[in-house]
Design a protein around this ligand. Sequence first.
Ligand code: GYE
Length: 324
Amino acid sequence: MKNGKKVLVVLVALMVLFSAAAMAAPKTWTVGFSQIGTESEWRTADTQSVTSAIGDDPTLVLIYSDAQQKQENQIKAIRTFIARKVNVILFTALVETGYGPVLQEAAKAKIPVIMIDRDVQKADRALRLTIMGSDFVKEGEKAGTWLADYLKKQGMDDGSKPINIVELQGTTGSAPAIDRKTGFANIMKQHANWQITRSQTGNFTTSEGKAVMEAFLKADKTIQVLYAHNDGMALGAIQAIKEAGLKPGKDIIVIGVDSVKGAFQAIVDGEMNCTVECNPLLGPQAVQAINDLRAGKKLPAKIDTIEGVFDATNAAAALPTRQY
Ligand code: GYE
């Protein structure tokens, strides 16, 4: 065979091989994921879990967008996902309201939207397929129930004197801030002497948690309990309490939500009293849901995560195996 002919034969053979490989290759699905930002350790663990679970699935292609705590960035990202004709959208809503129109656009383009972690307001929920994540009302209730038990065990609350509680709220208008407040308030209804004396947002960040707690402590010498909507703010507040010359965990009872490693350490060190677990490791469940959807299965309306409560009785034992 002449050299030219040989090259041609090899080329044709390669083409046949490549097209066979292309036919055998699994069909890929493109996933657009609109994340809200990097405000907390929880968020970092969540992003890592979701992006690596998608990355580990060779049939999924991820388009990731970090909104940096701006709603308009999320709306833009979702519009880009629609324009790029992704197969499915994963969406964590920064706040509950304001996403109706863009969700309608996704519905019109027949792109299913799976909420992950933070949901949108009730009125817009028909526009998304499902929500996977935690029950934030229950988390608030767990925090309140833990406090009631603790005060009782310590002999600190016979119902006759006020219990002064300050609250560090999460991002205003976000599902976890609204629901964790509601859940705690549900338990407060059973304790007429409990009162929230101050309540302000710390935007789920350690630095703002610290700054707001500093202001609370300057203005108020009667604080007995801090209820923070996440551990990051609680850990910031612990710094503020120490700097004010008080003992966190003793002079002021400190309760957080998330159960990040830093909170476990603070409990072991006696500076924090309780953390309600909120599991950020949603990646495997997200990939499962996407693949179920692709296989034509019907997804449940809500996909729950399993969680606990940690305090001085069980934090030390659990700390070595914590993943976040
Ligand atoms: O508790 C907080 C975070 O949406 C459940 O957001 C999440 C919350 C989490 O930044 O730390």
